[in-house]
Ligand binder design. Sequence first.
Ligand code: NAD
Length: 411
Amino acid sequence: MNALAATNRNFRQAARILGLDSKLEKSLLIPFREIKVECTIPKDDGTLVSYIGFRVQHDNSRGPMKGGIRYHPEVDPDEVNALAQLMTWKTAVADIPYGGAKGGIGCTPKELSISELERLTRVFTQKIHDLIGVNTDVPAPDMGTNAQTMAWILDEYSKFHGYSPAVVTGKPTDLGGSLGREAATGRGVVYATEALLAEHGKSIKGLTFAIQGFGNVGSWAARLFHEKGGKVVAVSDITGAVRNPNGIDIQALLQHKDKTGKLADFDGADAMDSNDLLSHECDVLVPCALGGVLNRENAGDVRAKFIIEAANHPTDPDADEILSKMGVVILPDIYANAGGVTVSYFEWVQNIQGFMWDEDKVNNELKRYMTKAFHNIKGMCQLQDCNLRMGAFTLGVNRVARATLLRGWEA
Ligand code: NAD
Protein backbone atom coordinates (compact mmCIF):
# COMPACT_ATOMS: atom_id res chain seq x y z
CA MET A 1 0.00 0.00 0.00
CA ASN A 2 1.53 3.36 -0.94
CA ALA A 3 2.09 6.17 1.57
CA LEU A 4 -0.97 8.17 0.50
CA ALA A 5 -3.35 5.18 0.66
CA ALA A 6 -2.00 4.21 4.12
CA THR A 7 -2.27 7.78 5.46
CA ASN A 8 -5.80 8.19 4.07
CA ARG A 9 -6.78 4.88 5.64
CA ASN A 10 -5.55 5.94 9.09
CA PHE A 11 -7.26 9.32 8.72
CA ARG A 12 -10.60 7.71 7.72
CA GLN A 13 -10.45 5.30 10.66
CA ALA A 14 -9.80 8.23 13.02
CA ALA A 15 -12.67 10.23 11.45
CA ARG A 16 -15.01 7.23 11.99
CA ILE A 17 -13.92 6.85 15.64
CA LEU A 18 -14.52 10.59 16.18
CA GLY A 19 -17.88 10.44 14.34
CA LEU A 20 -16.90 13.35 12.05
CA ASP A 21 -19.49 14.73 9.69
CA SER A 22 -18.85 13.09 6.29
CA LYS A 23 -18.53 16.43 4.45
CA LEU A 24 -16.05 17.74 7.02
CA GLU A 25 -14.14 14.45 6.72
CA LYS A 26 -13.91 14.84 2.96
CA SER A 27 -12.85 18.47 3.17
CA LEU A 28 -10.10 17.74 5.73
CA LEU A 29 -8.60 15.21 3.35
CA ILE A 30 -8.40 17.54 0.33
CA PRO A 31 -5.21 19.61 0.22
CA PHE A 32 -5.57 23.40 0.39
CA ARG A 33 -3.24 23.92 -2.59
CA GLU A 34 -0.97 21.81 -4.80
CA ILE A 35 1.82 23.71 -6.54
CA LYS A 36 3.85 22.31 -9.44
CA VAL A 37 6.57 24.41 -11.05
CA GLU A 38 9.17 23.92 -13.77
CA CYS A 39 12.63 25.04 -12.64
CA THR A 40 15.00 25.60 -15.55
CA ILE A 41 18.65 26.37 -14.76
CA PRO A 42 21.92 26.55 -16.67
CA LYS A 43 24.30 23.75 -15.68
CA ASP A 44 27.95 24.60 -15.05
CA ASP A 45 28.76 23.53 -18.65
CA GLY A 46 26.22 26.04 -20.03
CA THR A 47 23.51 23.53 -21.07
CA LEU A 48 19.95 24.13 -19.84
CA VAL A 49 18.21 21.58 -17.64
CA SER A 50 14.72 21.54 -16.18
CA TYR A 51 13.43 20.02 -12.92
CA ILE A 52 9.88 19.71 -11.57
CA GLY A 53 9.29 21.19 -8.11
CA PHE A 54 6.27 20.54 -5.91
CA ARG A 55 4.78 22.12 -2.81
CA VAL A 56 1.61 20.63 -1.34
CA GLN A 57 -0.05 22.86 1.27
CA HIS A 58 -2.48 20.60 3.05
CA ASP A 59 -4.20 22.56 5.80
CA ASN A 60 -3.85 25.93 7.57
CA SER A 61 -6.75 25.93 10.01
CA ARG A 62 -4.42 25.95 13.07
CA GLY A 63 -1.70 28.25 11.68
CA PRO A 64 0.88 28.63 8.90
CA MET A 65 1.58 25.45 6.99
CA LYS A 66 4.85 23.71 7.86
CA GLY A 67 6.91 20.98 6.29
CA GLY A 68 10.17 19.99 4.66
CA ILE A 69 11.51 20.34 1.13
CA ARG A 70 13.10 17.19 -0.24
CA TYR A 71 15.56 16.88 -3.18
CA HIS A 72 15.33 13.30 -4.41
CA PRO A 73 15.05 11.59 -7.82
CA GLU A 74 11.85 9.83 -6.77
CA VAL A 75 9.93 12.83 -5.47
CA ASP A 76 6.41 11.74 -6.32
CA PRO A 77 3.30 13.98 -6.05
CA ASP A 78 1.34 11.24 -4.21
CA GLU A 79 4.04 10.82 -1.57
CA VAL A 80 4.43 14.60 -1.14
CA ASN A 81 0.65 14.74 -0.68
CA ALA A 82 0.71 12.03 2.00
CA LEU A 83 3.63 13.66 3.83
CA ALA A 84 1.89 17.09 3.74
CA GLN A 85 -1.20 15.52 5.29
CA LEU A 86 0.91 13.73 7.93
CA MET A 87 2.43 17.13 8.84
CA THR A 88 -1.07 18.52 9.50
CA TRP A 89 -1.82 15.73 12.01
CA LYS A 90 1.74 15.81 13.43
CA THR A 91 1.74 19.56 14.22
CA ALA A 92 -1.70 19.15 15.81
CA VAL A 93 -0.52 16.17 17.94
CA ALA A 94 2.50 18.22 19.09
CA ASP A 95 0.06 21.10 19.74
CA ILE A 96 2.13 23.68 17.91
CA PRO A 97 0.24 26.41 16.00
CA TYR A 98 0.86 25.16 12.49
CA GLY A 99 -0.81 23.32 9.64
CA GLY A 100 0.89 20.88 7.27
CA ALA A 101 2.82 21.10 3.99
CA LYS A 102 5.59 19.25 2.13
CA GLY A 103 7.59 19.91 -1.01
CA GLY A 104 10.33 18.62 -3.18
CA ILE A 105 12.24 18.77 -6.42
CA GLY A 106 12.78 15.66 -8.55
CA CYS A 107 16.57 15.73 -8.84
CA THR A 108 19.66 13.81 -7.72
CA PRO A 109 21.45 16.29 -5.46
CA LYS A 110 24.70 14.27 -5.46
CA GLU A 111 24.97 14.78 -9.24
CA LEU A 112 24.67 18.58 -8.98
CA SER A 113 27.49 20.96 -8.08
CA ILE A 114 27.04 23.40 -5.19
CA SER A 115 26.46 26.28 -7.63
CA GLU A 116 23.89 24.23 -9.59
CA LEU A 117 22.08 23.39 -6.33
CA GLU A 118 22.10 27.06 -5.39
CA ARG A 119 20.68 28.12 -8.79
CA LEU A 120 17.99 25.42 -8.59
CA THR A 121 16.99 26.47 -5.06
CA ARG A 122 16.84 30.15 -6.03
CA VAL A 123 14.71 29.46 -9.15
CA PHE A 124 12.33 27.25 -7.10
CA THR A 125 12.04 30.05 -4.50
CA GLN A 126 11.35 32.64 -7.23
CA LYS A 127 8.48 30.47 -8.48
CA ILE A 128 6.84 29.96 -5.08
CA HIS A 129 7.82 33.06 -3.07
CA ASP A 130 4.32 34.54 -3.23
CA LEU A 131 2.81 31.33 -1.83
CA ILE A 132 5.13 30.81 1.15
CA GLY A 133 5.79 33.21 4.03
CA VAL A 134 6.23 33.67 7.77
CA ASN A 135 2.46 33.49 8.29
CA THR A 136 1.51 31.26 5.36
CA ASP A 137 3.93 28.39 4.77
CA VAL A 138 7.33 27.87 6.42
CA PRO A 139 9.62 25.31 4.70
CA ALA A 140 12.37 23.29 6.44
CA PRO A 141 15.07 20.81 5.32
CA ASP A 142 14.24 17.20 4.49
CA MET A 143 16.03 14.40 2.61
CA GLY A 144 18.66 15.87 0.24
CA THR A 145 18.39 19.42 1.61
CA ASN A 146 20.11 21.06 4.58
CA ALA A 147 20.78 24.30 6.45
CA GLN A 148 22.58 25.76 3.41
CA THR A 149 19.49 25.14 1.23
CA MET A 150 17.40 27.04 3.79
CA ALA A 151 19.93 29.92 3.76
CA TRP A 152 19.51 30.26 -0.05
CA ILE A 153 15.71 30.21 0.25
CA LEU A 154 15.88 32.84 3.02
CA ASP A 155 18.12 35.06 0.88
CA GLU A 156 16.05 34.72 -2.31
CA TYR A 157 12.74 35.19 -0.48
CA SER A 158 14.14 38.30 1.31
CA LYS A 159 14.90 39.94 -2.08
CA PHE A 160 11.15 40.06 -2.72
CA HIS A 161 9.78 40.57 0.80
CA GLY A 162 12.54 42.17 2.93
CA TYR A 163 14.73 40.31 5.44
CA SER A 164 12.59 37.41 6.71
CA PRO A 165 14.53 34.84 8.78
CA ALA A 166 11.29 33.21 10.01
CA VAL A 167 10.31 32.15 6.47
CA VAL A 168 12.33 28.93 6.85
CA THR A 169 13.53 26.84 9.78
CA GLY A 170 16.54 24.54 10.06
CA LYS A 171 18.77 27.48 9.01
CA PRO A 172 22.43 27.84 9.99
CA THR A 173 22.65 29.33 13.52
CA ASP A 174 24.55 32.31 12.05
CA LEU A 175 21.33 33.25 10.22
CA GLY A 176 18.96 32.70 13.15
CA GLY A 177 18.79 28.91 13.24
CA SER A 178 17.95 27.45 16.66
CA LEU A 179 20.49 25.75 18.86
CA GLY A 180 19.49 22.11 19.29
CA ARG A 181 17.66 21.90 15.91
CA GLU A 182 20.11 19.40 14.37
CA ALA A 183 19.64 16.89 17.19
CA ALA A 184 15.96 17.68 17.75
CA THR A 185 14.26 14.79 15.92
CA GLY A 186 16.54 12.16 17.48
CA ARG A 187 16.28 13.81 20.90
CA GLY A 188 12.48 13.94 20.55
CA VAL A 189 12.52 10.21 19.67
CA VAL A 190 14.38 9.54 22.93
CA TYR A 191 11.99 11.68 25.04
CA ALA A 192 9.03 9.92 23.38
CA THR A 193 10.58 6.52 24.14
CA GLU A 194 11.12 7.51 27.78
CA ALA A 195 7.47 8.52 28.10
CA LEU A 196 6.30 5.22 26.59
CA LEU A 197 8.65 3.05 28.66
CA ALA A 198 7.67 4.85 31.89
CA GLU A 199 4.07 3.87 31.13
CA HIS A 200 5.25 0.23 31.09
CA GLY A 201 7.32 0.62 34.29
CA LYS A 202 10.61 0.54 32.32
CA SER A 203 13.42 2.94 31.46
CA ILE A 204 16.06 3.19 28.73
CA LYS A 205 18.86 2.05 31.09
CA GLY A 206 19.61 -1.63 30.54
CA LEU A 207 17.22 -2.15 27.60
CA THR A 208 18.52 -3.22 24.18
CA PHE A 209 17.95 -1.18 20.99
CA ALA A 210 18.26 -2.00 17.26
CA ILE A 211 18.41 1.04 15.00
CA GLN A 212 17.83 1.06 11.23
CA GLY A 213 19.42 4.17 9.66
CA PHE A 214 22.40 6.10 10.99
CA GLY A 215 21.78 9.53 9.42
CA ASN A 216 20.55 12.62 11.25
CA VAL A 217 17.73 10.95 13.20
CA GLY A 218 19.26 7.49 13.72
CA SER A 219 22.70 8.67 14.81
CA TRP A 220 21.32 11.21 17.31
CA ALA A 221 18.83 8.72 18.71
CA ALA A 222 21.58 6.07 19.01
CA ARG A 223 23.95 8.50 20.73
CA LEU A 224 21.32 9.59 23.27
CA PHE A 225 20.03 6.03 23.98
CA HIS A 226 23.67 5.06 24.60
CA GLU A 227 24.26 8.11 26.85
CA LYS A 228 21.21 7.20 28.92
CA GLY A 229 22.48 3.69 29.59
CA GLY A 230 20.64 1.86 26.80
CA LYS A 231 22.51 -0.91 24.95
CA VAL A 232 22.46 -0.28 21.18
CA VAL A 233 23.03 -3.86 20.00
CA ALA A 234 22.59 -3.39 16.22
CA VAL A 235 22.81 -0.49 13.76
CA SER A 236 22.39 -0.43 9.98
CA ASP A 237 22.62 2.11 7.18
CA ILE A 238 22.77 2.02 3.39
CA THR A 239 26.41 0.76 3.59
CA GLY A 240 25.71 -2.27 5.84
CA ALA A 241 25.06 -3.27 9.44
CA VAL A 242 26.95 -4.10 12.66
CA ARG A 243 26.02 -5.88 15.87
CA ASN A 244 27.37 -6.32 19.39
CA PRO A 245 25.20 -8.07 22.01
CA ASN A 246 27.07 -6.20 24.78
CA GLY A 247 26.24 -2.79 23.28
CA ILE A 248 28.01 -0.70 20.63
CA ASP A 249 30.09 2.34 21.65
CA ILE A 250 28.12 4.86 19.53
CA GLN A 251 30.63 7.71 19.80
CA ALA A 252 33.36 5.37 18.50
CA LEU A 253 31.08 4.12 15.70
CA LEU A 254 30.35 7.74 14.67
CA GLN A 255 34.08 8.47 14.51
CA HIS A 256 34.66 5.29 12.45
CA LYS A 257 31.88 6.28 10.04
CA ASP A 258 33.21 9.84 9.71
CA LYS A 259 36.64 8.45 8.87
CA THR A 260 35.69 5.59 6.53
CA GLY A 261 32.20 6.58 5.31
CA LYS A 262 30.79 3.17 6.28
CA LEU A 263 29.76 1.04 9.26
CA ALA A 264 31.67 -2.08 8.17
CA ASP A 265 35.15 -2.89 9.56
CA PHE A 266 34.36 -1.24 12.90
CA ASP A 267 36.50 -2.82 15.64
CA GLY A 268 33.81 -2.65 18.33
CA ALA A 269 31.16 -4.79 16.57
CA ASP A 270 30.66 -7.67 14.13
CA ALA A 271 29.32 -7.23 10.61
CA MET A 272 25.80 -8.55 10.00
CA ASP A 273 23.37 -8.68 7.08
CA SER A 274 21.41 -5.43 7.11
CA ASN A 275 18.30 -7.38 6.01
CA ASP A 276 18.35 -8.97 9.49
CA LEU A 277 18.26 -5.67 11.40
CA LEU A 278 14.47 -5.51 11.73
CA SER A 279 14.29 -9.05 13.13
CA HIS A 280 17.32 -8.64 15.43
CA GLU A 281 16.86 -9.66 19.07
CA CYS A 282 16.20 -6.46 21.08
CA ASP A 283 13.70 -4.79 23.39
CA VAL A 284 13.18 -1.69 21.24
CA LEU A 285 13.34 -1.48 17.44
CA VAL A 286 13.81 2.02 16.01
CA PRO A 287 13.38 2.39 12.22
CA CYS A 288 15.11 5.68 11.27
CA ALA A 289 15.49 5.29 7.49
CA LEU A 290 12.83 4.62 4.87
CA GLY A 291 9.05 4.30 4.69
CA GLY A 292 7.28 0.92 4.31
CA VAL A 293 10.17 -1.17 5.72
CA LEU A 294 7.88 -3.22 7.96
CA ASN A 295 5.37 -5.04 5.81
CA ARG A 296 3.34 -8.26 5.49
CA GLU A 297 6.46 -10.25 4.51
CA ASN A 298 8.68 -9.40 7.49
CA ALA A 299 6.42 -8.16 10.34
CA GLY A 300 6.07 -11.69 11.77
CA ASP A 301 9.87 -11.90 12.24
CA VAL A 302 10.12 -8.87 14.54
CA ARG A 303 11.40 -9.82 18.00
CA ALA A 304 11.22 -6.41 19.70
CA LYS A 305 8.53 -5.61 22.26
CA PHE A 306 8.42 -1.92 21.29
CA ILE A 307 8.76 -0.18 17.90
CA ILE A 308 9.50 3.55 17.87
CA GLU A 309 8.63 4.98 14.43
CA ALA A 310 11.38 7.57 14.02
CA ALA A 311 11.09 7.40 10.20
CA ASN A 312 7.91 8.51 8.45
CA HIS A 313 5.42 5.66 7.83
CA PRO A 314 7.92 2.78 8.33
CA THR A 315 5.08 0.34 9.15
CA ASP A 316 2.50 -0.38 6.47
CA PRO A 317 -1.09 -1.16 7.56
CA ASP A 318 -0.69 -4.97 7.03
CA ALA A 319 2.36 -5.01 9.28
CA ASP A 320 0.53 -2.83 11.80
CA GLU A 321 -2.19 -5.48 12.09
CA ILE A 322 0.26 -8.40 12.37
CA LEU A 323 2.42 -6.63 14.97
CA SER A 324 -0.48 -5.58 17.12
CA LYS A 325 -1.74 -9.22 17.15
CA MET A 326 1.77 -10.19 18.32
CA GLY A 327 1.43 -7.69 21.19
CA VAL A 328 4.18 -5.37 19.90
CA VAL A 329 3.62 -1.79 21.10
CA ILE A 330 4.13 0.74 18.27
CA LEU A 331 4.80 4.41 18.98
CA PRO A 332 3.50 6.11 15.78
CA ASP A 333 5.52 8.44 13.53
CA ILE A 334 3.16 11.42 13.80
CA TYR A 335 4.19 11.60 17.44
CA ALA A 336 7.55 9.82 17.71
CA ASN A 337 9.41 12.01 15.18
CA ALA A 338 7.64 15.29 16.01
CA GLY A 339 10.71 16.65 17.85
CA GLY A 340 12.11 18.16 14.65
CA VAL A 341 9.06 20.22 13.80
CA THR A 342 8.64 21.18 17.46
CA VAL A 343 12.13 22.73 17.57
CA SER A 344 11.42 24.29 14.15
CA TYR A 345 8.50 25.99 15.88
CA PHE A 346 10.86 27.21 18.63
CA GLU A 347 13.17 28.57 15.90
CA TRP A 348 10.26 30.47 14.26
CA VAL A 349 9.23 31.87 17.67
CA GLN A 350 12.83 33.00 18.39
CA ASN A 351 13.07 34.69 14.95
CA ILE A 352 9.75 36.50 15.36
CA GLN A 353 10.73 37.66 18.86
CA GLY A 354 14.28 38.49 17.78
CA PHE A 355 15.45 36.74 20.96
CA MET A 356 17.50 33.54 20.85
CA TRP A 357 17.29 30.80 23.48
CA ASP A 358 20.18 28.80 24.92
CA GLU A 359 20.35 25.08 24.11
CA ASP A 360 19.19 23.93 27.55
CA LYS A 361 15.99 25.95 27.17
CA VAL A 362 15.36 24.40 23.72
CA ASN A 363 15.90 20.85 25.05
CA ASN A 364 13.82 21.39 28.20
CA GLU A 365 10.92 22.85 26.19
CA LEU A 366 11.20 19.96 23.72
CA LYS A 367 10.94 17.45 26.57
CA ARG A 368 7.91 19.30 27.95
CA TYR A 369 6.11 19.26 24.57
CA MET A 370 6.94 15.59 23.86
CA THR A 371 5.85 14.43 27.32
CA LYS A 372 2.62 16.42 27.23
CA ALA A 373 1.76 15.10 23.76
CA PHE A 374 2.29 11.52 24.97
CA HIS A 375 -0.14 12.02 27.85
CA ASN A 376 -2.66 13.64 25.47
CA ILE A 377 -2.38 10.61 23.15
CA LYS A 378 -2.85 8.20 26.09
CA GLY A 379 -5.92 10.20 27.09
CA MET A 380 -7.41 9.66 23.62
CA CYS A 381 -6.50 5.93 23.74
CA GLN A 382 -8.47 5.59 26.97
CA LEU A 383 -11.38 7.70 25.75
CA GLN A 384 -11.69 5.93 22.38
CA ASP A 385 -10.41 2.50 23.50
CA CYS A 386 -7.83 2.40 20.71
CA ASN A 387 -4.10 1.80 20.15
CA LEU A 388 -1.40 4.49 20.17
CA ARG A 389 -1.58 5.09 16.40
CA MET A 390 -5.31 5.73 16.52
CA GLY A 391 -4.84 7.70 19.77
CA ALA A 392 -2.42 10.01 17.93
CA PHE A 393 -4.55 10.24 14.78
CA THR A 394 -7.78 10.96 16.68
CA LEU A 395 -5.96 13.58 18.80
CA GLY A 396 -4.54 15.36 15.73
CA VAL A 397 -7.62 15.07 13.51
CA ASN A 398 -9.92 16.22 16.32
CA ARG A 399 -7.81 19.34 16.96
CA VAL A 400 -7.79 20.25 13.25
CA ALA A 401 -11.53 19.55 12.90
CA ARG A 402 -12.30 21.76 15.92
CA ALA A 403 -10.19 24.63 14.56
CA THR A 404 -11.88 24.27 11.15
CA LEU A 405 -15.37 24.39 12.71
CA LEU A 406 -14.49 27.32 15.01
CA ARG A 407 -13.22 29.37 12.07
CA GLY A 408 -16.58 28.90 10.38
CA TRP A 409 -16.80 25.98 8.07
CA GLU A 410 -19.83 25.77 5.83
CA ALA A 411 -21.13 22.38 4.80
P1 NAD B 1 19.24 10.94 6.56
O1 NAD B 1 19.31 11.03 5.08
O2 NAD B 1 20.12 11.82 7.39
O3 NAD B 1 19.54 9.43 7.04
C1 NAD B 1 18.91 8.33 6.48
C2 NAD B 1 19.68 7.08 6.91
O4 NAD B 1 19.01 5.94 6.42
C3 NAD B 1 21.11 7.04 6.39
O5 NAD B 1 21.96 6.56 7.40
C4 NAD B 1 21.03 6.00 5.27
O6 NAD B 1 22.27 5.35 5.05
C5 NAD B 1 19.99 5.08 5.86
N1 NAD B 1 19.39 4.18 4.88
C6 NAD B 1 18.95 4.46 3.63
N2 NAD B 1 18.49 3.34 3.05
C7 NAD B 1 18.67 2.34 3.94
C8 NAD B 1 18.41 0.95 3.93
N3 NAD B 1 17.90 0.37 2.86
N4 NAD B 1 18.70 0.22 5.05
C9 NAD B 1 19.25 0.81 6.14
N5 NAD B 1 19.51 2.12 6.20
C10 NAD B 1 19.23 2.87 5.12
O7 NAD B 1 17.70 11.14 6.92
P2 NAD B 1 17.08 11.56 8.33
O8 NAD B 1 16.90 13.02 8.35
O9 NAD B 1 17.82 10.86 9.40
O10 NAD B 1 15.61 10.94 8.18
C11 NAD B 1 15.36 9.56 8.44
C12 NAD B 1 13.86 9.33 8.50
O11 NAD B 1 13.30 10.17 9.51
C13 NAD B 1 13.10 9.67 7.22
O12 NAD B 1 12.00 8.79 7.12
C14 NAD B 1 12.60 11.09 7.47
O13 NAD B 1 11.45 11.40 6.70
C15 NAD B 1 12.27 10.98 8.97
N6 NAD B 1 12.23 12.27 9.66
C16 NAD B 1 13.32 13.08 9.70
C17 NAD B 1 13.25 14.28 10.41
C18 NAD B 1 14.46 15.19 10.53
O14 NAD B 1 14.37 16.22 11.22
N7 NAD B 1 15.58 14.86 9.94
C19 NAD B 1 12.06 14.67 11.03
C20 NAD B 1 10.96 13.81 10.97
C21 NAD B 1 11.06 12.61 10.29
